[in-house]
Design a protein around this ligand. Sequence first.
Ligand code: TXA
Ligand code: MG
Length: 340
Amino acid sequence: METLMLTKKEIDQAAALIRQGELVSFPTETVYGLGADATNEAAVKKVYAAKGRPSDNPLIVTVSSEEMVQKYVDHISSDAQKLIDRFWPGSLTMIFKLKPHALSKAVTGGLETAAFRFPNNQLTLDLITKAGVPIVGPSANTSGKPSPTTAKHVYHDLNGKIAAILDDGPTTVGVESTVLDMSVETPSILRPGAVTKDDIENVIHRKVIDELHHVGTNQTPKAPGMKYKHYAPNAQVYIVDPDDSWLEVAKWIEEHPQPVGVMAFDQVISSIDWPMNAQLITLGSNSRTASHDLFADLREFDNHPEIKIIFTQGLKPSGIAEAYMNRLNKSAGQMHFKQL
Ligand code: TXA
Ligand code: MG
């Protein structure tokens, strides 16, 4: 069945679909999510099927009030409360220990914890409040593909597999939320996002662990989702590191007469005399615009199957550029221009 495109005015219909156990994609400030009633196990199971997502990968629980969290969570520490006060609504997802049997195994993947998110999007907060239940909210892409930052991206991946998409225009941040584990002794970041380690430490005044820099390759990542190949477009992506020469990239493209994609800052695009076979897409002018555009640009190149190689701007990983580089590294499978 064709998926319905709904707008603000049709929010009651979207809420009714959630209550009926149907899947509805919802906007957030980061990426579009795939919503289902988190208290309805059959509905949650449909999310895995629609995305083609491995069932051991737990889902984020998206809420519209702190009371919704308290209903399921054992205890909210004073540090967690400070982070809630500072960053909610916003791009910080926090993992808490659950009350026994508070949520089904379909949500938690069998863990005793769950990740809670309070997104900065009024339409979705209204949707959850109207539905009267928290909604699970993985990114609304086919598993392995770049996360969707427009309703059109969701439609492309999931048309016919979900009941509706609530369209609120393009997202503003463009990369998924920071995932912070608050269920352990020392809070630890399992996935970098717009809220950085410094931002968090400045609020709780104690050390936070950055799991990405702790996990060896032979260890199991703490966020099950981090172990899968992710964000991959059809072409092979190569990272052009900050100390690489874009002139050399242009030369390489000139010497290889096939269509090649380039994703770089405006300044790079405009300062080089590119060969005809280079297909140029801008990432704007800074790490914020690059994060905002990354997934959309990767998806744009998927519309051009003749492109087998994409060169993408690498950044020094600080601030939101850490999240950007985390996603870009996955898209590229760690391949760099230097290796060519
Ligand atoms: O910005 C976002 O967070 C978006 C929007 C739609 O809200 N959602 C999102 O969800 O990115 P998803 O499911 O694609 O990513 C959630 C990540 C996964 O890596 C998952 O393994 C991890 O969080 N996760 C969820 N619950 C967890 C738990 N209890 N313990 C450890 N990791 C968990
Ligand atoms: Mg995802």
